[in-house]
Write a protein that binds this ligand. Sequence first.
Ligand code: GDP
Ligand code: IMO
Ligand code: MG
Length: 416
Amino acid sequence: MNRADLIVGAQWGDEGKGKIVDMMAQSYDVVCRYQGGHNAGHTIVVDGRKYALHLIPSGVLNPKAVNIIGNGVVVAPNALIEEMKQFKNMEKRLFISDKAHMVLDFHSAIDLAKEKLRGKNAIGTTGMGIGPAYASKIERVGFRLGEIRNIPKLVDSVMEYFRVNRVIFKALDIKHASKEELTAEFEEYAKELLPFLTNTTALLWKYIDEGKNILLEGAQGALLDIDHGTYPFVTSSNTVAAGACTGLGLSPKDIGKVTGIVKAYCTRVGNGPFPTEDFGEEGKLLRANGYEFGTTTGRPRRCGWFDALACQYAARINGCDELALMKLDVLDGFKKIKICIAYEKDGKRYTTLPENLDDIKPIYEELDGWESVKGVREFDKLPKNAKAYIKKIEESAKTKVGIISTGAERMDTIIL
Ligand code: GDP
Ligand code: IMO
Ligand code: MG
């Protein structure tokens, strides 16, 4: 039976999923996004040129691949239209589910206003309106892309939403669009996006039956999952493997190989627990060497050491067959490299991820560093200490490493 392979983030996002999907897409026919929205930021570097993708699957740089945005994604039409301008001839290369919900301007206004009111208790969202758009969907008052086929009806239902929520809009001091403004906005969206809308589930089933090679691209990471992440400091979708089924209309039996993407260290952007965060000079060095600034918001990412407990958890919940270990070169030049192999709290030692990570203390093992792995493309050419570090990750995270990345370029990759 033909199955779809899956790429998932196995930390707190920004692991380097975009690079791996782009690289793998060269040998896949179809690449699909299934959750999240333009909160995602995937940077791809090809021949020195940088591409920033938010909604379009990272397979877009392979001209032969078809790209699908599934029903589980929340789509900001204006952001998507802008992103599409980077690429020519998208027709027949991009298909968008007509069941995908729209992120409208007021969703992002609500997101920003509520974050501001939360003050020091803010989640640290990207401010893109992702939470409010998924909230509308779950409340069953959302707006699907397919509804732009009947603009008068869609405008009426958005106006009805405004009427029912008028007290909230007033309290948050948000001025929503008028009927005329909404009509003009949706006419623009219809002009640009209608040719791309379709029943992507039926299309994907057809591709599976035809024996096409299919790659599914997760956004964010396991620890940001709405159910299984560090709630409430999470995003609003199921980022774990199971989300690929609901977000595309696939069954668990349709999923083939699962690859978890991890950095050789950890980062997190936004608030919430991050046990291995390094507040000192080494954390700063990781940020500088790894250029750890958000693709979507430009915020500096919090940096720290590889967390084997978090990785083990992510590997189990996603069913990872293997890991892709990214950004190994960022650790070049460190004399000692730490890896968290246990936690401690109130005199108790944990060797698996506890539910509550508040005030947990990481227990590290220290390994000797190496001079440089930058751009190394063969396993045998890696320094001895880098090999020892990879082995330690495999043992402590209980998952084998199948891909090693030593630079942002497609070719700076070792496949084992
Ligand atoms: P994603 O959200 O998981 O797709 O990851 P991002 O694109 O947000 O962040 C990963 C960043 O690391 C991007 O800027 C990539 O170009 C870069 N990158 C990916 N792999 C490597 C690597 O092995 N080494 C270095 N130095 N940079 C990498
Ligand atoms: P990629 O796909 C890293 C984080 C935000 C915030 C939390 C909730 O590039 O890995 P949201 O706007 O989703 O409501 O914010 O989730 N977050 C990400 N962090 N990478 C991402 O995507 C993220 N998308 C959301 O910083 O902490
Ligand atoms: Mg990112």
